[in-house]
Design a protein around this ligand. Structure first.
Ligand SMILES: Cc1ncc(COP(=O)(O)O)c(C=O)c1O
Length: 315
């Protein structure tokens, strides 16, 4: 990456990916492995979801499932929706999106700003309860019944894994020496599966660790519950999660995740959302277990700017 200026690109879509990676300086306790964080908030909508939105649309175009004049339909907490709205805006597709008031106002407004037509499913007091995502899915399915629609259906869409495999390949180039562990929170599991697949296929020794909210640890305990970490812990095991591409699942405490997001901003200048705080809590656990001389990698999923209207940064 030395002396490399970003080249002139023909559209914003060409700027997706190739994000920077940094070493955490202050939040890593002594006696731990090095912890590196890939800063996905450098992507156009400020989230790694740009990678999957582009892959889902372009793979559907290649198969002929999505054609000019069609409307794309999706349900989303708002990150996937913002990324899909951006890709649809550039490519000229209409985008109809189902979301909820459980998700941040910034994300809902971003989708509208990028031209999406929004339908809101009411939540129980702003909480992500186990029934919320299934209710959003049912509504999206109804919209997708009309002719000339293409439902990207994120929890069942394997195209996204392709988009995230590139993230794994970038990590292999960016990290000098072996990656001993990689962890990340699971929503659709697209990111973890893409990176896990790329690392395992490259014969990396990395232990791939799925993270989830402790109060809705469906993968590790089978018990669903409510929480307020947007994007992960959907209340069911995502169909894309494949045992071949991860080694272990861990439950992480939400309060610790929130505190870590605030510490990352104040101590490291890394300004992110709640799920990124959770990723770093998981990475620090692994770093303590692996110890000095090892490398643990995780991801800053999105920017803290998406959470300013929530209480994450209300101190
Ligand atoms: C903020 C945030 N963090 C983490 C995730 C989880 O990513 P994935 O769906 O690839 O498992 C999502 C997905 O929606 C998200 O929006």
């Amino acid at each position: 990456m030395k002396n490399s200026f970003p080249k002139l690109q023909s559209s914003i879509l060409d700027t997706i990916g190739n994000t920077p990676i940094v070493r955490l300086q202050k939040v890593v306790p002594p006696g731990s492995a090095d912890v590196f964080v890939k800063l996905e908030y450098f992507s156009p909508t400020g989230s790694y979801k740009d990678r999957m939105a582009l892959a889902m649309i372009e793979e559907a175009e290649k198969r002929g499932d999505l054609r000019s004049g069609m409307t794309v339909v999706e349900y989303t907490g708002g990150s996937t929706g913002s990324s899909l709205a951006l890709v649809c805006a550039v490519k000229g597709y209409k985008f109809k999106v189902v979301s909820s008031d459980a998700f941040s106002q910034e994300k809902l407004k971003t989708m509208r700003a990028l031209g999406a037509e929004l339908f809101i499913v009411p939540s129980e007091g702003g909480k992500i309860t186990p029934d919320l995502v299934p209710r959003m899915i049912e509504q999206a399915k109804k919209f997708a019944e009309s002719q000339e629609t293409y439902f990207t259906y994120q929890h069942r869409n394997k195209d996204m894994v392709k988009g995230y495999e590139k993230m794994g390949l970038e990590l292999l180039k960016q990290v000098e020496g072996p990656i001993h562990a990689f962890c990340g929170g699971v929503g659709t599991a697209g990111m973890l599966m893409g990176v896990g697949k790329a690392l395992k296929e490259a014969k990396s020794p990395a232990r791939i660790v799925a993270l989830e909210p402790a109060t809705s640890a469906v993968i590790s305990t089978g018990v669903a519950g409510s929480h307020r970490i947007e994007g992960i812990g959907s209340g069911f095991i995502p169909p894309i999660l494949d045992k071949n591409y991860y080694d272990e699942a861990r439950a992480i405490d939400e309060t610790e995740a929130r505190q870590m997001a605030r510490r990352l901003a104040k101590e490291e200048g890394i300004f992110v959302g709640t799920s990124s705080g959770l990723n770093v809590v998981g990475a620090l656990q692994l770093a303590r277990e692996f110890g000095p001389g090892h490398t643990v990698v995780t991801v800053a999923v999105d920017t803290g700017l998406k959470y300013l209207a929530s209480d994450l940064y209300e101190l």
